[in-house]
Each structure stands twice: as structure tokens, then as C-alpha cells.
Design a protein around this ligand. Sequence first.
Ligand SMILES: *Cc1c(COP(=O)(O)O)cnc(C)c1O
Length: 214
Amino acid sequence: MNRKEEISHKLEDVRAKIANVAEHEVCLIAVTKTFPISDVQILHELGVTDFGENRDTEGLEKSAVVPGTWHFQGQIQSNKLKSITSWANVIHSLDDPRHFEIIEKVAPHPLQIFLQVSLDGADHRGGAGLEDIYALAAMVDKSATHTLAGLMSVPPLGVDPNLAFAQLAVIHTDFMGQFPEARSLSAGMSGDYEIAISHGATHVRVGSSILGSR
Ligand SMILES: *Cc1c(COP(=O)(O)O)cnc(C)c1O
């Protein structure tokens, strides 16, 4: 099997599993971090339109070559925001109001923004606590340029994803009470995207199930 056949098989498998569980529209984001541009080109040829990256330099390089909607989902560093916002269309990992102030100043085009929520308060996987999410959301919601898309989360290590995504669904439903337009929910990776979708995820970020182990 050549690389294109290999990726095509894995991609079809993921698409079929999504179709099997989804009762609503789901955006599949192919997470291409650490994989070469040639793989991203193959995905594009196979009809993938959404790509996810964790690092500025990789996203900048790949998005210059492959057209699509580019998602940034990594930890944000202030000094990288000018570059990140030059190539990303969507940011999944905003968790700090200071970063949004910078985005407002430097972003050359409108962005869709997800707020990353921490489900356990520990921030080693990123994310703001619930006590901070609403103020951050109000800030993004007020922006004349950018759009509050919804919430994103990565389940805490060692926690049953069924419980984590059920908890996230409740948080998101409450959140939409105040921010009714923020209907998107970015949750689920290779190991748990079907579970996330069954709990309402609208965006899944899948890397290794499509491209193999890193
Ligand atoms: C790497 C990464 C993914 C994709 O992980 P896989 O296990 O390869 O599917 C999704 N979301 C975030 C935030 C990541 O860092």
C-alpha cells in the first residue's frame, strides 16, 4: 500500500465511524502536527478541508501550501500571536484574556474563537476554569471583528471520557444560555471522538487515527 492508499483507508474508517454516531453535523479536523506537507497534500486530495496544528511554525508552513480552513489548537504564546493569526482561521485554545487583547490588535482577518475549558482546574492540559470562562466569553462576544464559536476541552488524564464529555455537555448547555450563538463544541481526539460526538461535539480533532502514530 502506498501512503495515499493507507491514509485513504484510515480516513474512510474515521468518516464512517463519525457518520455512524453523529445525529448532527460534525466537522472533522485532520490534525497534521508532526506529519509532512506531503501528507497534508494527500488529505487535501482526499477532500479534507479542515486541518489542525499545535505549533505556529508548522501551521505557517503547511497553510502556505495547502488551502483549507486552518485550526490552531496548541498552547498560545503571546509573542506568536501575530504569526498564528496570520494563517489560522480558527483558534480552539483561548484561555487568557491577555491573549485576546493581543489578538484584537494584531489579527489581520476575522477569527472563529473557541474558549478552552479545563474540566479539573489543573491547567497542565490548558484551559481556563469555569469561573473565568464567562468573563472571557463576554470579551470575545463584544468584539466587532471576531466570533465566539463555542467551547473546547481536552479530558483530564485518567478520567473516563464518557464522564468528562457528559460534564462538558452540561457546561456547554449552561454556557449557551448566556451565549446562544456559541453553539460549537470542539471535543474528541483519536481515542474518544465517537464518545465526544455522542455527547454533542460539533468539531473533532483527529490525528493519529488518520495519519498513524507520531
Ligand atoms: C494532538 C492533538 C489532537 C490530535 O490527537 P490524536 O490523538 O493524534 O488524534 C487533538 N487535539 C489537541 C489539542 C492535540 O494536541
